[in-house]
Design a binder for this molecule. Structure first.
Ligand code: PMV
Length: 404
C-alpha cells in the first residue's frame, strides 16, 4: 500500500511566512536576568513547499545562493537512528557532525550557510521519519530579512520549515480555508511548530535563548526574563524605521565586554542594568496604556525611553560611531533612535510617530541611505507564522518563490 504514505502526505502546494524580530528594550541587560521586550517586525521570510513524485528532495535558498538536491532513496538508506533523541533533547555537536555526513558535506567545508541546509535536513528527517517512506518535495525559501543582522532571520527560516513540514506530513492540519487569503494555526499546533523550530535554531546556533523563534511563531510582542517567555496580550500599531548600519559585530564579544565591565565596576554598571530593566517595564506599561487610549504624550514617553536606553547602552560599551551617526541623522529630523540587539554596529530602530509627514520619513530614509545604511519602514507587532493563498501574496514575493 503505497497509499499509507500517500494518505499521510498532503499533495497541496503550501505557502507560509514568518516574521523577523527586533528587541525594543533590554538587550544585554537580559543576559544578567533583567527584562527584555522583543517584537515581531513586518519583514518576513516566505516558504513554498511543493510535493513531488520525482524521488528527490530539493532545497532552494536564493538569498544565499544555495540549492541542494538529495535522492530520497539514498536518504532512506542512511542510518539516521542517531536522530531518535531529536524529539526531546538538544541536537548535540555530535549529532550535527553525523548530519553533515548525511548531507554529504565535504569534511573541510567551511561555508557558514551550510547551517541552514543542516537545519533543514534535521527537521526533514525528524518530522518526516514517521512516514513509511520519506516524502519527495521541493522547498524554496525567500526572505525580506537580511541575514546575520540580529533580526531573527534564522529563526524565521526554522519556523517556516518546521510549519511547512509538519503540515505536509499532516502532523498538523492546514488551517487555510477555501477563499481565505491567510490563516494561522491553533495554539496547540503553534506550540508544536515552536518546539521544532527551536530545534532547528539549535542546529544553527548551538545554544539560542528561544526568543527569536517564539516571536516568529507567535508574532506581536514578547517579554522575556531568565528563560521565561510571555506574550504581551495586546499591542498598539507602532511604525518604526529599521536601519542596518551593515557594520559587522560579534554578539559574543559584545556580551563578554559588558560582563567584564560589570565585574570591573559593579557599583557603576549594575545600576545601569537595573535602570534598563525599569525602562523595559515602563515601555511595557506604556504600550498597554496605548492600546486602551493612544495619545500623543505616549509617543513622547516612548521617545524618552529610547534616548535614555541608548545612553545606557553606550555606557555599557556597546555603542558604535555608525549608531551615533544614526541617532544624529534621525534627531536632525526630530526622531529618536536606539541600537537594537547586540550593538557595536548592526541595527538600530527609530520610532515613527503617527502624525509624522511621509515627506519627513522619506527625507530621513534618504539621509540614512547616503550614510551607506539600509533602511526599511516597517511596523511592529506583525502576525506570527501564517499560511497564505497564492493570490494573497504580493507579486514580487510570488515571483521570488516561483524562481522567476
Ligand atoms: O543581535 P541579537 O538579536 O543577536 O541580540 C543579542 C541580544 C543580547 O542581549 C545582546 C544577547 C542575548 O543573548 O540576549
Amino acid at each position: 500500500m503505497e497509499d499509507s504514505q500517500e494518505l499521510a502526505m498532503s499533495s497541496e502546494v503550501l505557502l507560509v511566512s514568518a516574521p523577523g524580530k527586533v528587541i525594543l528594550h533590554g538587550e544585554h541587560a537580559v543576559v544578567h536576568g533583567k527584562v527584555a521586550l522583543a517584537v515581531a517586525v513586518n519583514l518576513r521570510t516566505f516558504l513554498r513547499l511543493q510535493p513531488h513524485s520525482n524521488g528527490k528532495v530539493c532545497l532552494d535558498l536564493p538569498n544565499i545562493g544555495i540549492r541542494r538536491v538529495w535522492d530520497v532513496a539514498r536518504l532512506q538508506l542512511q542510518d539516521t537512528s542517531f536522530l531518535e533523541q531529536g524529539d526531546a533533547s538538544a541536537p548535540t555537536a555530535e549529532l550535527v557532525e553525523k548530519l553533515k555526513e548525511v548531507a554529504a558535506f565535504p569534511k573541510d567545508c567551511a561555508n557558514p550557510e551550510r547551517a541552514a541546509v543542516l537545519a533543514f535536513l534535521y527537521l526533514y528527517l525528524c518530522i518526516c521519519r514517521k512516514q513509511r517512506t520519506l516524502p519527495s518535495l521541493d522547498i524554496r525559501v525567500w526572505s525580506e530579512l537580511p541575514t546575520g543582522a540580529g533580526l531573527g532571520s534564522s529563526a524565521a527560516y526554522s519556523v517556516c520549515v518546521a510549519s511547512a513540514l509538519l503540515t505536509a506530513c499532516e502532523e498538523i492540519p492546514n488551517p487555510l480555508k477555501d477563499g481565505e487569503p491567510a490563516s494561522r494555526w491553533t495554539v496547540e499546533d503553534l506550540e508544536l511548530i515552536n518546539k521544532w523550530a527551536f530545534q532547528g535554531e539549535r542546529v544553527i546556533h548551538g545554544n539560542p535563548s528561544g526568543v527569536d523563534n517564539a516571536v516568529s511563531v507567535w508574532g506581536g510582542a514578547l517579554r522575556y526574563q531568565q528563560g521565561k517567555i510571555s506574550l504581551l496580550k495586546r499591542l498598539p500599531a507602532l511604525r518604526i524605521l529599521l536601519t542596518n548600519t551593515k557594520v559587522p559585530r560579534s554578539t559574543k564579544a559584545l556580551v563578554a565586554g559588558v560582563r567584564s565591565r560589570l565585574l570591573k565596576f559593579p557599583e557603576i554598571v549594575a545600576p545601569v542594568l537595573t535602570s534598563i530593566d525599569a525602562i523595559s517595564l515602563e515601555c511595557e506599561r506604556m504600550l498597554g496604556e496605548m492600546v486602551a487610549a493612544p495619545a500623543p504624550e505616549h509617543y513622547l514617553v516612548l521617545e524618552e525611553l529610547i534616548d535614555m536606553n541608548q545612553h545606557h547602552l553606550n555606557a555599557l560599551g556597546v555603542g558604535h560611531a555608525s549608531l551615533d551617526q544614526l541617532c544624529q541623522v534621525t534627531m536632525a529630523h526630530g526622531l529618536h533612535s536606539k541600537l537594537t540587539g547586540a550593538g557595536g554596529g548592526g541595527c538600530g530602530i527609530t520610532l515613527l510617530r503617527p502624525d509624522l509627514e511621509q515627506s519627513v520619513v522619506e527625507a530621513v530614509k534618504q539621509a540614512l541611505s547616503s550614510c551607506g545604511f539600509d533602511c526599511w519602514e516597517t511596523s511592529i507587532g506583525a502576525p506570527g507564522i501564517s499560511v497564505h493563498s497564492a493570490a494573497s501574496l504580493d507579486a514580487p514575493v510570488r515571483q521570488a518563490l516561483d524562481g522567476l
